[in-house]
Write a protein of this length. Structure first.
Lengths: 315, 52, 354
């Protein structure tokens, strides 16, 4: 995957020099292990910054909102689906974009890896499908497969669905993946157990809104939690208000979420926030046969009416 | 709602035309009875903010 | 200063005794990380941690804190009057706070305890604390305390410094509060002060040497504020920021809050909640105007406050203790160490050649 970096630099340089784009959005090497920083490059002289490895979990589509330049953007499978969603929702024009597609084999789960070791992880290197983790008194080589972000290990759209150029040949898509094992587990619980499950899950929340802000879908000028006339949600750490935030945020992602995992990755206290959105994603698939961001030509289910829409819930 | 732990039946949907007064009455009766049978809801109901 | 030797076999009994004199707080393993929690009888602080995920600031400034309560019921005495909420300010001992978090209280104190204004909630809570610090033998690679006015064995702000020597703890008493703590614990094996001090000095050196990331802050004060404010690098620094509140909420020195009233029926409370300069709502005026409506303005504010305004106002270093939490937890890896370098090295003349 490392050689993707060179290809990204090469393409970006060409696009900037030819004037195809004004800017390119990609990643630069992070300052701590398992982190890369999204960055914007304006001239071909700067493209050397660009890097690609298994730590590019942030969704770059998030950086497209409100841009009006001709924009080159590096996009893995999920990013590309969110770009499609952005286009469908009129947040950006297809003509403005040059999508540098990255066939992706998943990103590593920094929360999980950090929790695997007692001491501090100082260096994380990767070679082929192996990840080498080094600390002061330890060194361990792990299969990348075994430490993927949970959304990546169940991903079935690793290749960009929309692109102008790929940095490499498409990778093989995962087949026969059970995407909703965890959701089904919750579905079988009794109401009180469900309530408790989410109550426990949200306990560590500090309401920093990193999950919301890392999400490319959350581009509202003013979020409902920030409205104060009227104020929809209390601002304290009251559990009902916390739940309202998470629950309504998830609702706003219904039929739009691509399960890119940026929310979970961003959370500073390791809450599996996807447990909310995944249920909606599963429902959209089962009720409307819908997966978000797969095509520019189909309107999303919550956007359209079909006479055969499921309506059993209406008495 | 059900997924996060609100009992099924607490949230109900119905389509009632302004001309269907009997249906409206029936629906209201049915819903109130069903909700009463469930008892009071303690989840997702905010009293005074719980703060330190 | 007296130094006591605490045998590890006496540890449990000592902590047990402390419960009679204090409410105890310590680092507790919460699964993926440690945080400060109230200890219940029989519980011990868990020292198997690098640093807690959240800082210790919530011990004196909880994320949501009730200030007043009120009733709107006219049949009640005191209706429509704000009444202080009763709180427990009895002595509290924090066992295992890192020196950086203890020092951070002092930086915040400069703002919450001034000759003009004294924040009663913060001060009462702070004064109830006895801070028993745990020296850091293994600072993280994201720590830069030694160049931000602190250090892995830093004593300022602590009442006792506890040093783990593997076989036993050395407890260095730094204040009267610290002395009382030791008395209450029953750990009374005084060691030869010189020998103990030497041992601590050696370990301190070793820990300090492990910190390889140094930041330069020497030129920040002399920089012209407006020039720094107008610097071109802010756009680049702010690009990746998603404007969440992670950096401010995990920061031990970020102190901003917002006051809210919540009424339910006829009774209500006035409370304060942490707020963050990263949020657009933070500066939104009643008129609808927002002086910091853009992301770049908010990002600049955070760094300018910590590394320039604070430096100028208090003339006592930066508003950062180098704990590295924001560096580690920022979802997009914005690194205050890099921003500090940019600010410290900034020369407007170099940036815009005539």
């Amino acid at each position: 995957m490392i050689d993707y970096s060179e290809k990204i630099k090469e393409i970006s340089k060409r696009l900037l020099e030819e004037g195809r784009v004004d800017i390119v959005i990609g990643f630069k090497k992070g300052t701590v292990p398992m982190m890369n920083e999204p960055c914007l490059v304006k001239s071909s002289g700067e493209v050397e910054k660009f890097v690609w490895d298994s730590n590019c979990g942030i969704n770059l589509a998030n950086y497209l909102t409100g841009r009006n330049e001709k924009t080159g953007i590096v996009a893995k499978g999920c990013d590309s689906r969110n770009i499609v969603t952005h286009i469908i929702e009129n947040k950006i024009k297809r003509e403005q974009l040059y999508i540098i597609g990255v066939p992706c084999k998943g990103m590593i789960d920094k929360h999980r890896v950090a929790a695997m070791f007692d001491g501090e992880i100082k260096v994380v290197d990767e070679k082929d499908a192996k990840i080498i983790i080094k600390g002061e008194n330890f060194e361990k080589t792990l299969d990348k497969e075994s430490i993927l972000q949970s959304n990546c290990s169940i991903c079935i759209h690793r290749n960009p669905v929309l692109n102008d150029e790929l940095v490499a040949d498409p990778v093989e898509e995962q087949r026969d993946v059970d995407r909703y094992e965890d959701v089904r587990k919750i579905e079988t619980m009794k109401p009180q157990e469900k309530w408790q499950y989410f109550e426990d899950m949200l306990k560590p929340c500090i309401r920093c809104y990193a999950c919301r802000n890392a999400c490319p879908l959350c581009y509202c000028p003013t979020c409902f939690v920030d409205e104060h006339r009227p104020q929809w949600v209390g601002k304290s750490q009251d559990p009902t208000d916390l739940r309202t935030f998470h629950f309504l945020r998830a609702y706003h992602c219904a039929g739009r979420c691509t399960d890119c995992g940026a929310c979970e990755r961003a959370c500073p206290v390791g809450i599996p926030v996807r447990q909310f959105t995944k249920k909606l994603e599963k429902d959209c698939l089962e009720l409307f046969n819908w997966e978000a961001g797969m095509s520019l030509d189909v309107r999303p289910p919550l956007d359209t009416f079909r006479p055969d829409d499921p309506d059993d819930f209406i008495k | 709602m059900e997924h996060m732990g609100i009992e099924s039946g607490r949230l109900q949907f119905s389509w009632v035309s302004s001309a269907e007064s009997t249906k409206f009455v029936d629906v209201v009766k049915e819903v109130t009875e069903a909700i009463k049978a469930l008892g009071p809801n303690y989840s997702f109901a905010k009293t005074q903010a719980k703060v330190a | 200063m007296k130094i006591f030797k605490v045998d590890k076999q006496d540890w449990v009994a000592g902590v047990e005794k402390l419960f009679t004199a204090y409410r105890l707080v310590g680092p507790v393993n919460e699964g993926q990380f440690h945080n400060f929690k109230k200890l219940n009888k029989g519980e011990l602080p868990d020292f198997n941690f690098l640093n807690t995920r959240l800082s210790a600031k919530s011990l004196v400034h909880s994320q949501t804190e009730a200030m007043f309560e009120y009733s709107l019921d006219e049949n009640k005495e005191n209706h429509h009057i704000m009444v202080d909420v009763k709180k427990d300010y009895s002595s509290q001992a924090v066992i295992g706070i890192r020196p950086c978090d203890a020092k951070a209280f002092l930086l915040v104190k400069r703002n919450f305890d001034t000759s003009q204004y004294r924040d009663p909630y913060w001060i009462r809570a702070y004064e109830s604390l006895t801070l028993v610090g745990l020296a850091c033998h293994n600072p993280c690679s994201s720590c830069f305390c030694t160049t931000s006015g602190c250090g892995p064995f830093h004593e300022e702000g602590l009442d006792v410094l506890l040093v783990d020597t593997d076989d036993y703890y050395l407890a260095k008493i730094l204040t009267d509060k610290g002395k009382n703590f030791l008395i209450a614990s029953g750990w009374d094996t005084e060691t030869d002060a010189d020998g103990g001090d030497q041992k601590i000095e050696i370990m301190k050196k070793a820990a300090e040497e492990k910190i390889t990331v140094l930041i330069n802050t020497d030129k920040l004060k002399a920089k012209e504020t407006i020039a720094l404010y107008d610097a071109e690098f802010w756009e680049e620094v702010a690009f990746s920021c998603i404007n969440c509140g992670t950096c401010t909420y995990v920061c031990p020195t970020c102190w901003c809050f917002d006051i809210q009233d919540e009424t339910r029926g006829k009774s209500g409370i006035r409370m304060r909640n942490w707020d963050s300069c990263m949020f657009p709502l933070f500066t939104l005026h009643g008129s609808g105007h927002n002086p910091r409506g853009k992301k770049v303005q908010r990002v600049r504010q955070r760094f300018m406050h910590k590394l320039k305004y604070y430096v100028e106002k208090y003339d006592n270093g930066i508003q950062c203790v180098g704990c590295g939490r924001c560096v580690n937890l920022c979802p997009v890896n914005i690194d205050i160490r890099r921003v500090c370098e940019l600010m410290n090295a900034y020369d407007p003349q170099l940036e815009c050649p005539a």
